[in-house]
Design a protein around this ligand. Structure first.
Ligand SMILES: *[C@@H]1O[C@H](CO)[C@@H](O)[C@H](O)[C@H]1NC(C)=O
Ligand SMILES: *[C@@H]1O[C@H](CO)[C@@H](O)[C@H](O)[C@H]1NC(C)=O
Length: 165
């Protein structure tokens, strides 16, 4: 569960800046994610090559499809057996990539390239750790409770003081 977008984390909105229009894909470690990419104009990608890669890395290949099959010999090792295209979607120009079982190291910017088509916008992926998120929520919760206790105590002390005066 991505806390930022769920209503039971309303209290977090107060502390977080508003995200820009190009929202990153936010996902939790261990889950699956689909990185969106489409050919414009809408033509079939079946006979083209589809390349997914990371921005600003030396050997950046995340997934390669060419001559009608996946060719992932030179893929970044950490992505092995975790990436797939949607074969039935390729003919609609949908070259979105599925990444399974997300890891912290998947954090970063991705781009997709197909035949001569190149979309210069990149997709940013933010992986959030489950444990860190839980810890943050809990500490915020207890911080609020402590604050309320202090305020009640202060109020009571003040009332006593008023009576005495
Ligand atoms: C592309 O066109 C096909 C039909 O021609 C349609 O089914 C598909 O949804 C379209 N894809 C996109 C990404 O618009
Ligand atoms: C592209 O394919 C993915 C996976 O099936 C799907 O989730 C997504 O909605 C598709 N996009 C369009 C525009 O058809």
């Amino acid at each position: 569960m991505a806390c930022i977008y769920s209503p039971n984390c309303w209290f977090l909105y107060t502390f977080l800046p508003v995200l820009g229009p190009a929202q990153p894909v936010v996902a939790v470690a261990g889950e699956d994610v689909v990185l969106p990419c489409y050919l414009k104009p809408n033509i079939s990608a079946v006979d083209l090559s589809v390349e997914w890669f990371r921005v600003q890395t030396k050997d950046p290949l995340v997934h390669l499809y060419r001559d009608h099959e996946d060719r992932n010999e030179n893929q970044i090792p950490s992505y092995r057996r975790r990436t797939s295209l949607f074969p039935e979607e390729l003919r609609n120009g949908n070259t979105s990539l599925k990444v399974k079982n997300l890891r912290g190291s998947d954090n970063g910017e991705y781009k997709c390239l197909s035949g001569k088509f190149y979309d210069d916008s990149s997709i940013e992926v933010h992986i959030k750790g489950k444990n860190l998120e839980f810890w943050l929520e809990m500490s915020l919760f207890f911080f609020c409770i402590i604050l309320i206790c202090i305020l009640i105590h202060l109020y009571e002390s003040l009332s006593t003081l008023m009576i005495l005066l």
